[in-house]
Design a protein around this ligand. Sequence first.
Ligand SMILES: Nc1ncnc2c1ncn2[C@@H]1O[C@H](COP(=O)(O)OP(=O)(O)O)[C@@H](O)[C@H]1O
Ligand SMILES: [Mg+2]
Length: 324
Amino acid sequence: MSGRRERAQPGLRGEPGLAVETDGLTKRFGHQVAVDGIAMAVPTGSVYGFLGPNGSGKTTTIRMLLGLVEPTAGHRRLLGQPMPQRAGETLHRVGSLVEGPAFHPYLSGRSNLARLDAGDVLADPRTAGRRIDAALDRVGLLAAARKRYRAYSLGMRQRLAIAAALLAPRDLLVLDEPTNGLDPQGTREVRSLIGSLASDGSTVLVSSHLLAEVEQICSHVGVMREGRLVAQGTLAEVRGAGPTTVRVGTRQPEAAARVLRELGVEEVRPMNGEVHGIPGDLEPEKIVAALVHAGVGVQGFSVARASLEDLFVSLTGEGFDVSG
Ligand SMILES: Nc1ncnc2c1ncn2[C@@H]1O[C@H](COP(=O)(O)OP(=O)(O)O)[C@@H](O)[C@H]1O
Ligand SMILES: [Mg+2]
């Protein structure tokens, strides 16, 4: 420990319970503002989905957090420590996958990890074998450890990249679009891996432009739009910002829509075989009764919070890519 006092960081006291905290974090490239004064709060133990369309500033933010690029303005703390002042003590507790390490195609997964491990000055070479096997085991690649990297599926490659981030025990994992380019099977593999890493006690910050790929595993989300963090909180809090929606499945959408409007349901609109609306305080059973009374055949009926997808569209003005 040096006796040097930390420089005062206005607005950033180092909240206990936050694994990542930023204040006014900003990055400009020339005239372009890539990240515009964001205040992130990633609670310890959370899986934080850092969401936003391509170009919204996610990677730039992550690079600033990890000290790979200097902010134009603002402050950041990782694991309670100010960056970059405490980078030396902090970064070895942080595993990251940003661009993905360059793996050698003709070496096995194990040999690739051995090369990366050997490049880590903090890692004890005498325990390398154990460390590498533990990381391979953690991502389910032990059985394929001797296969050449070029023979790995995309999902296996991405899991190897995560294994590289796990060579040392980590309190915080920062994964930038870990499901990018993966097929549905690979995506499922990575998603379930992230879930199990979190249940082992690591805080996970995972970015994606594909909402559906992370929504199921996140406890918290932050939504980026054009460099700004436009929503942040627990999944329930962010969803709670949207209204409850009623959905009626019917072959008579016009008749159903008329009944809903007469009841006072707002924003009634037919949507591919369903009619959606915002019921406000109306009790669902009243709606069903009115539909039945009017002779409308009801094939399906649900009342739910607007999906995060709907919310994302309303927050960013654009949908997530569906194709990836
Ligand atoms: N090194 C750079 N030089 C200039 N512009 C950049 C650089 N890196 C990112 N940008 C720009 O900053 C914006 C945010 O990019 P990025 O952080 O990569 O977004 P995301 O990861 O959400 O897709 C984009 O408009 C991008 O073109
Ligand atoms: Mg990116």
